[in-house]
Design a protein around this ligand. Structure first.
Ligand SMILES: C[S@@+](CC[C@H](N)C(=O)[O-])C[C@H]1O[C@@H](n2cnc3c(N)ncnc32)[C@H](O)[C@@H]1O
Length: 376
């Protein structure tokens, strides 16, 4: 059985979570790095990662690794890759490059060189070349150039894995699904304890919680992955993994999951999202202010993602809201562990409780904290 080297990019702060997920999926030599996790495994391990990863963003399969100190060297190395073995002439492709500390300074130029090499390679073999499609390519190639060290990857996922397919409507400032799943993992949520999100917006946290609780593979919700366009696509293997995942699903979440919000309009969106995810039956959505949120059983987990007002002037009006989160936890959630996710440390102080831990997580470019408050 062939063994491959893979890399899973992840939001900064979630590398350890993704590493744990991969270890549970037959991946070997799992190595967390900054911004992602490397691992080794069979093609099946790569398929499983695409199907089951909750916090990783995509799965990349390493094709070749080499030194490239100039554009010409990069081109010649890329030309030697047997691209025609990986995909057919009639597929469209695109190349993306990420560069760091490299003599080649422009990622567009690096991508262009590799694109040229691929086109020339096909011309050499077939006298014709595949078309480029930058908006929705069948085949996506990733170039990582760090100083002179170059890695060429085939992207197995295509569209980012956080796009599960259930969230076609968004509330205000929705959380990235992979980030929400990562927070649940950091919180130690297994699906067997009660879960409450008193500011649930479009419902991302309760929906991800329900997917975990019912052991639903996030990939079951998606219609396609880039590896399905590959020449080596093993449809039988993929179908068998889908069947296995369908059989693993529990009929219902073992413990209560509640999402509430002040705004009726966002709750409508949350319900529609949950319905599309197939977990509406598992979540109680309620319209109520934060101050009226209550536990739904003992020793549960509460996570909330209050607005954090990047705009000036908003901060003042939010101070009261943050204070009421602290009051709510103290007065009503004894025995729970509360988590508040925010990008505003000034506002976080208003909660008035001492966090046991502060987990640093990036919400896109914004450095945020997931603050952990055990309520005794
Ligand atoms: C940043 S959004 C949460 C986004 C959510 N995590 C998602 O993925 O869609 C904050 C939410 O808090 C809600 N909210 C603001 N003040 C509230 C209050 N006093 N009580 C309850 N919900 C409130 C807003 O309606 C909004 O949906």
């Amino acid at each position: 059985m062939d063994e491959y080297r893979y890399f899973v990019p992840a939001a900064r702060g979630l590398e350890a979570v993704v590493a744990d997920e991969l270890k549970a999926l037959q991946a070997t030599e799992v190595q967390p790095q900054i911004g992602g996790v490397a691992f080794r495994g069979s093609l099946e391990a790569g398929y499983r990662a695409n199907l089951w990863l909750r916090s990783g963003v995509r799965v990349l399969l390493l094709l070749k690794e080499f030194q490239a100190s100039s554009a010409d060297k990069l081109y010649r190395q890329a030309l030697e890759v047997p691209w025609e073995k990986y995909f057919h002439l009639h597929k469209t492709f695109a190349v993306q490059a990420n560069i760091r500390d490299s003599a080649l300074r422009h990622s567009h130029y690096v991508a262009l060189k590799v694109k040229d090499a691929i086109a020339d390679r096909f011309r050499r073999v077939f006298n014709r070349r595949p078309d480029v499609n930058t908006s929705a390519p069948d085949i996506l190639i990733n170039v990582y150039l760090k100083a002179d060290h170059c890695q060429l990857y085939l992207d197995m996922s295509g569209e980012s894995l956080h796009r599960r397919g259930y969230r076609t409507e968004k509330g205000a400032a929705p959380l990235n699904e992979a980030l929400a799943a990562g927070m649940l993992a950091i919180a130690g949520y297994t699906g067997r304890q009660p879960f409450v999100d008193p500011m649930c917006g479009a419902g991302t946290l309760p929906i991800e919680a329900a997917l975990i609780a019912r052991q639903i593979a996030p990939g079951l919700l998606r219609s396609s992955f880039a590896f399905q366009h590959w020449r080596k696509y093993d449809e039988r293997l993929w179908q068998s993994l889908l069947d296995e995942a369908r059989h693993r699903r529990l009929l219902a979440a073992p413990a209560p999951i509640v999402g509430s919000d002040l705004q009726p309009r966002v709750l409508e969106i949350a319900r529609a999202n949950a319905r599309r995810a197939g977990v509406l039956q598992d979540i109680r959505f309620e319209q109520r202010p934060l101050t009226e949120a209550r536990p739904v059983g003992d020793h549960g987990i509460l996570i909330c993602n209050p607005p954090y007002g990047e705009r000036l002037g908003v901060e003042k009006s939010l101070a009261e809201l943050y204070k009421s989160i602290g009051d709510l936890l103290k007065q009503h959630f004894k025995g729970y562990t509360g988590f508040v996710f925010t990008g505003n440390l000034n506002l976080a102080k208003r909660i008035g409780l001492k966090p046991r831990r502060r987990h640093i997580l990036y919400n896109g470019p914004i450095e945020c904290r997931l603050l952990e408050f055990p309520i005794y």
